[in-house]
Design a protein around this ligand. Structure first.
Ligand SMILES: [Zn+2]
Ligand SMILES: [Zn+2]
Length: 773
């Protein structure tokens, strides 16, 4: 029988995901000789055998790769005839010029879960079980290549049993870098007031008892600390809010299994897939009647609850069902509001001692802190709201070849983006860059990504806002390293990000609807209700929401009552003509001050932000007059919208603007007629949708464009995005919205990087934005 040699090159996420053992076992199955090795490009394989067996091998590997592998390219070529006697796994080689994607941290797999609860298994009830198909990855990587010495497991030498499994190509734990067992691996312990009260198995039991007693615990997990408590214990939740200084913001929840979650929330098949996926994010689910009770406690103003399943063995053990223990746990990030989550034991002791009654700790270091991801499902497709654990640092493939580029992102929900070749590495959620701690976390993360993906930026991108910390960082680096810096308009970046997320052509313009909270505009105003005709390199501001005065700037963001009064005054309505709810939180003095600011413009930026309009309208109809977290009023307004209401307020479109005041006058008329707030909210949502459709129809009539890209934080509003997608599609538009990245500012850094790349091909100095009108 004739014998051939073939060489295979495979790139993508192919290391640390069980690729080599799969190849080894397949080669044995088809009697092929040769070798496999990891190198800095991916996996390389040489095979020698009959043509039939070679074909079978290639077919099998292409169609049944290891479940966690993400293959970007798979090439096969003829190789020189060379005789091998067997099939071998060769030692990794590292080429310092090249790079590899790294797998995100992954949900515990069914096999490891079975072992965890099998009393006969040597890892029974061991909280750090993992294998090639699951467990920590990105959060423990300290360097490349991905090998045990380059992870935070470096200080745990393998016991003979684990070493045997690690070296056996037929074992599920072959080259599983975080492999561990009770003999040789990390251990957990439980502390109160600095004293170790229990170790190992007893530690978990002590923590469970403390939770049952209503205590708040700091629990070290996969990517950082959570503050954890019984979700159905009202005094404990109250205590948590007080200590965390977090009055109304919803808490994420964790329950042992799908059946428990279903008591509190409806789960459709798409949502179930997401909950049980390797990413295991927090999924936002519609509440059941029992869930409404729970939401009153942990997610006020919401008809959704954020649930996740236990994604590590430690979490499974904490929630193992038993009488007398909590069924649902609050799992909120272990931090004071606005700071990054704690990730080392020392850090947790320092920052969480006043927040937690006890600590469940372990000695596996976390190298990169990473929050839980938050996702909802829209039209059957995941809609990511916070992209972190399970997703980052998976790269997005871009339709261009990029020079090494760093985009620093924006202020709120910051992520940054590093690009090279055809990959964009959008970072995990960093947080709001408003304090030194978060800025330090940002700088550390940039350094780490540059190191592990071997990217030395030759081009920098930043938001145009002069004062954002991320923009300052970019300017300082541009000066220090003599690099070109492109400042990209916030909403331009939003739309480009959505285009790339959907693989749209860089040069084919789309109608971008950027409905957002805050973004610095080229005229110095705060933009956020923008219709932008957009390509990667430029945009034209076709139309925007009528400018509204924002009296006191930030003050009006935190206190939407000021925004409501501003809207009433702008609409020419006498604020004293009715007992508007905003009167209750603005005394006479503050009302006079706001009125003066609106009249004179003193300390009063103008804004076209749809987010601010939501704030003001919600205040006007009696929702929150002050807010304690971003988008609180918009969420409250969406929550009450009556789905049966069909009529809509009319945003008139006039000389490049869609007008606010006619809508405010109609709302005030309805308030005076005691129309229920749920109807008013629905009419407002419907009006905005109708307006979006008419705006796009105007653009189509004038330009022939019929692709619409939705991006910006306002589109997190599920009611609004769903009905707008439906209405635009019915009018014949092709509608695109972000899937791989968040629609809020967390997804913007990708667009910023690509816009900068496109612009830098023409310009060496700063970006000159498109026409404003
Ligand atoms: Zn596993
Ligand atoms: Zn061991």
């Amino acid at each position: 029988m004739p014998v051939f040699n073939k060489r295979l090159h495979i790139t993508g996420i192919v290391q640390g995901v069980g690729f080599r053992p799969t190849v080894f076992n397949l080669a044995r199955r088809f009697s092929l000789a040769g070798w496999v090795l990891n190198n800095a490009h991916g996996v390389e394989i040489e095979l020698r055998g009959s043509g039939e067996n070679l074909d079978a091998f290639i077919h099998n590997l292409q169609h049944n790769p290891p479940p966690l592998a993400v293959i970007d390219s798979f090439t096969v070529e003829d190789a020189e005839s060379q005789v091998y006697t067997d099939f071998q796994i060769l030692h990794s080689e590292d080429d310092p010029s090249d790079f590899l994607p790294i797998s995100p941290d992954l949900n515990i797999c069914p096999d490891c879960r079975r072992e965890l609860f099998d009393p006969a298994d040597r890892r029974s009830h061991y909280p750090f079980i993992n294998c090639t198909n699951c467990g920590p990855r990105f959060s423990i990587v300290t360097g490349i290549p991905y090998d045990r010495p380059n992870t935070s497991m470096a200080d745990f030498p393998l016991c003979p049993d684990c070493a045997g499994e690690y070296q056996d190509p037929t074992n599920r734990r072959f080259h599983a870098q975080p492999i561990a067992c009770p003999v040789c691996g990390p251990q957990a312990w439980y502390e109160e007031e600095g004293k170790r009260l229990a170790e190992r198995d007893d530690a978990i039991l002590a923590a469970r008892n403390a939770l049952a007693e209503g205590k708040i615990l700091a629990v070290k997990g996969l990517g950082g600390f959570h503050l954890v408590c019984d979700a159905q214990n009202p005094p404990t939740i109250e205590k948590l809010r007080l200590r965390k200084r977090r009055s109304g913001k919803p808490f994420a929840l964790m329950a042992f299994d799908i059946e428990t979650i279903q008591i509190f929330a409806h789960i459709n098949p798409d949502e179930k897939n997401l909950l049980t996926s390797p990413m295991a994010p927090v999924v936002l689910l519609e509440t059941t009647p029992a869930g409404k009770e729970l939401a009153r406690l942990v997610a006020p103003d919401q008809n959704r609850l954020g649930f996740m399943l236990p994604y590590t063995p430690l979490h499974l053990l904490l929630l193992e069902p038993d009488d007398g223990f909590p069924k649902v746990l609050v799992m909120t990030s272990g931090n004071l509001s606005e700071e990054p989550i704690a990730c080392s034991n020392n850090d947790a002791h320092r920052r969480l001692s006043r927040l937690a009654d006890g600590f469940l700790l372990h000695d596996r270091p976390i190298n990169t802190r990473i929050d839980d991801s938050v996702v909802s499902v829209i039209e059957g497709v995941p809609h990511i709201q916070r992209r972190a654990r399970g997703y980052a640092p998976l790269p997005v493939q871009i339709p261009a070849i990029s020079i090494p580029t760093l985009a620093c992102g924006t202020e709120l929900k910051n992520t940054f983006c590093l690009m090279r070749d055809r990959y964009a590495f959008v970072s995990h959620h960093i947080g709001d860059l408003e304090n030194q701690e978060t800025l330090t976390a940002f700088e550390d993360a940039v350094r780490h990504y540059e190191q592990i993906f071997r990217i030395k930026p030759q081009l920098l991108a930043a938001d145009m806002h002069p004062d954002y910390l991320a923009s300052r960082y970019a300017r300082q680096r541009a000066a220090a390293e003599n690099l070109p810096l492109v400042e990209v308009q916030h909403h331009h970046a939003h739309i480009v990000s959505c285009m790339a997320d959907n693989n749209l052509k860089p040069t084919e313009p789309v109608i971008g609807l950027a409905f957002d909270g805050t973004g610095y505009g080229t005229d110095g105003a705060i933009w956020g209700g923008e219709v932008l005709l957009t390509t990667w390199d430029k945009y034209e501001r076709y139309c925007h929401l009528e400018y509204m005065p924002l009296p006191g700037g930030e003050a009006a963001v935190r206190k939407p009552a000021r925004m409501a009064l501003s809207l009433v005054l702008q609409a020419g309505i006498d604020p004293d003509s009715f007992a508007f709810p905003f009167h209750q939180s603005l005394d006479a003095e503050e009302q006079t001050a706001v009125a003066n600011q609106v009249r004179t413009g003193f300390n009063t930026p103008m804004t076209s932000s749809v987010g601010r309009l939501f704030d003001g309208v919600a205040s006007l109809i009696g929702l929150h007059q002050q807010i304690s977290y971003e988008a609180q009023n918009a969420i409250a307004l969406e929550t009450i919208a009556d789905p049966a209401e069909q009529s809509a307020y009319d945003f008139e479109i006039e000389s490049g603007q869609f007008l606010v005041s006619p809508v405010i006058r109609a709302i005030v008329e309805d308030i005076k007629q005691t129309v229920p707030p749920g109807i008013i909210s629905a009419r407002f949502h419907n009006g905005l949708t109708a307006c979006a459709v008419r705006l796009c129809e105007q653009v189509r009539f004038q330009t022939g464009l019929c692709r619409v890209a939705l991006s910006g934080g306002v589109w997190q509003n599920k009611t609004l995005i769903k009905q707008t997608i439906t209405a635009l599609s019915a009018s014949g538009f092709e509608v695109f919205w972000p899937h791989k990245l968040p629609t809020n500012d967390g997804g913007l850094s990708l667009g910023q990087a690509l816009a900068a790349l496109a612009v830098s091909r023409n310009l060496r100095s700063n970006y000159v934005p498109g026409n404003s009108r």
